[in-house]
Design a protein around this ligand. Structure first.
Ligand SMILES: C[S@@+](CC[C@H](N)C(=O)[O-])C[C@H]1O[C@@H](n2cnc3c(N)ncnc32)[C@H](O)[C@@H]1O
Length: 394
């Protein structure tokens, strides 16, 4: 498992420090996942799901080793530090305990008493009973162990509750899978004067946070054929009825000439579109109702955008004879051709100016800071914070 995680090109592998590697070699992962056989327990890129809820589906898991290693690396943990883990499984807290050593202190918190009971038992059995296990909604942080040099959040968050910033030491690190405009990135932040500044943002997937800061997207099912659902994370269209006739118009197709290899990571393209296209959303298609009106590469996720009565989504097609795909746009609505052009322009802009680059600098400010004092290009306002994005100037 560790050899696989250290292989060049593994996502987040550049963050794998010798300390984290040593911890991965030390803690017996299978003892923390009695539900799994050895092969599942040590599969480098797969989580093991541990609890399912009738209504919400999976609500807890032990995350994939690759994600755990990546996030511990993003947190830049050092011996002697005090660390809070949000979302408990046992194994990850044991890894953190190994990295911070006997002089450090680890607190793990979970909202679900079944999960904390499981974690407490497994940590004790593994010899890690010095990890403090707390049952609470982490939206309030955990006073007992504060302040923290690092907080590592292992559930998908839509916002950063004020307690997480308040309970960090000056210059402390927060690593959080944060969802903005439907896209989740594990973002490594450093605290600076009550705000957070990103140092890395990597692709990941997580079970969502429950409790006080639970947040659901606004879903818009397009009228007409009924299979198209657009999901908006922050700002939903003010006049959704304008889209009522969109799918009755013929589909406009535009190919951008932007080609990527099948292996190339295009996560900055997703973020670029999400932060530069007004009306960005995620399109899903209900397979039971599918009439073929739209033809995304996946019915479960397509980047999309709406503007007035038009909507468009991104597609790719294989380039014949080559290991490449080309990006294209499908658009509908009264001015679909112009809209497809505008969306295509953003893809070409990314290709020209940002492809292969470091991605945006992401900052988080308390919502009390007036927006006009924020210098950044794009501000997304949430319940507790403004999340801002600045792309490098080409
Ligand atoms: C992916 S699991 C945690 C994995 C764990 N860190 C590990 O060892 O890999 C996410 C956990 O977050 C917990 N969770 C969700 N919302 C929470 C909240 N508001 N406060 C604390 N825990 C929460 C869930 O109950 C779930 O057990």
């Amino acid at each position: 498992m560790v050899a696989e995680l250290c292989r060049p090109g593994t996502v987040g592998g550049e963050f794998l420090s010798p300390r984290v590697e040593q911890a991965l070699r030390t803690v017996p992962r299978h003892l923390f996942i009695p539900e799994a056989d050895l092969e599942q327990a040590y599969a480098p890129f797969s989580p093991v799901m541990t609890k399912r809820d009738e209504e919400q589906g999976y609500v807890s898991s032990v995350s994939a080793p690759q994600i755990q290693a990546m996030m511990l690396g993003q947190a830049d943990l050092r011996p002697g530090q005090r660390v809070l883990e949000v979302g408990s499984g046992g194994y990850n807290a044991a890894l953190i305990a190994e990295v911070v050593g006997p002089e450090g202190e680890v607190t793990t918190v979970d909202i679900d008493p079944d999960i904390t009971a499981r974690a407490r038992e497994l940590l004790a059995a593994g010899g890690y009973d010095r990890v403090r296990v707390v049952t609470a909604d982490a939206a309030q942080g955990v006073e007992e162990g504060a302040s923290y040099d690092a907080i590592i959040v292992t559930a998908g968050a839509w916002d950063v509750p004020p307690a997480w910033i308040e309970q960090l030491t000056e210059g402390g690190r927060l690593v959080v899978p944060l969802r903005v405009r439907g896209l989740t990135r594990s973002i490594g932040f450093v605290e600076h004067d009550g705000s957070l500044h990103s140092t890395s943002a990597l692709m990941c997937g997580f079970v969502p946070m429950r409790g006080a800061d639970d947040h659901r997207e606004t879903l818009l099912r397009l009228r007409g054929t009924g299979e198209i659902v657009l999901s908006f994370d922050e700002e939903a269209p003010e006049e959704p009825h304008l889209l009522d006739h969109a799918v009755r118009t013929p589909r406009v197709e535009l190919w951008t000439g932007v080609r990527v290899t099948l292996r190339e990571l295009i996560d900055t393209l997703q973020l670029y579109l999400a932060t530069t296209l007004p009306g960005f959303c995620v399109m899903t298609v209900d397979p039971a109702l599918d009439t073929g009106t739209v033809a995304p590469n996946s019915t479960r996720f397509a980047m999309a955008a709406v503007e007035g009565g038009d909507f468009a989504y991104l597609v790719t097609r294989r380039v014949e004879g080559e290991e490449l795909v080309e990006y294209g746009v499908h658009a509908f609505g009264p001015t679909a051709e112009e809209f497809a052009e505008r969306v295509g322009l953003r893809v070409r802009e990314w290709d020209r100016d940002q492809r292969g680059g470091p991605g945006p600098e992401i900052r988080v400010y308390p919502v009390s800071v007036p927006v006009d004092r924020l210098p950044e290009d794009l501000v997304v306002t949430k319940r507790h914070t403004h999340v801002t994005f600045s792309w490098p100037t080409p």
